[in-house]
Write a protein that binds this ligand. Structure first.
Ligand code: ZN
Length: 98
């Protein structure tokens, strides 16, 4: 069982989340070549060990998260919002200020 500590909701079962994919992929620019796009979309590494992933808290706050997880042990090393501005929102002390 994987438990993910959402920065907004706290620790939750992974069944509340949907897997979004490898977060380390660098997509080409919109005017990139077909070969660059094919490689970015279809040719993925099969990482053995620590991997950066995106997860969507679909049955919670609906935030997209960047999770560093081991593909072999499922240990989670870090969780943070994908959007850098969310960190500022989460640091506010009064949740009514949201
Ligand atoms: Zn959440």
């Amino acid at each position: 069982m994987i438990r993910i500590k959402c920065p907004y909701c706290g620790e939750r079962d992974h069944s509340e989340f949907t897997y979004g994919g490898d977060a380390s992929i660098q997509y080409p620019s919109l005017d990139g070549t077909e070969k660059e796009w094919v490689e970015a979309i279809f040719f993925r590494k099969n990482i053995f060990g620590k991997q950066l992933e995106t997860w969507h808290h679909a049955n919670g706050c609906r935030m997209w998260l960047e999770v560093e997880r081991s593909t072999t042990t499922h240990e989670i090393y870090s969780v943070k919002p994908c959007h850098p501005e969310m960190k500022k929102v989460l640091e506010k002390k009064d949740p009514n200020d949201l």
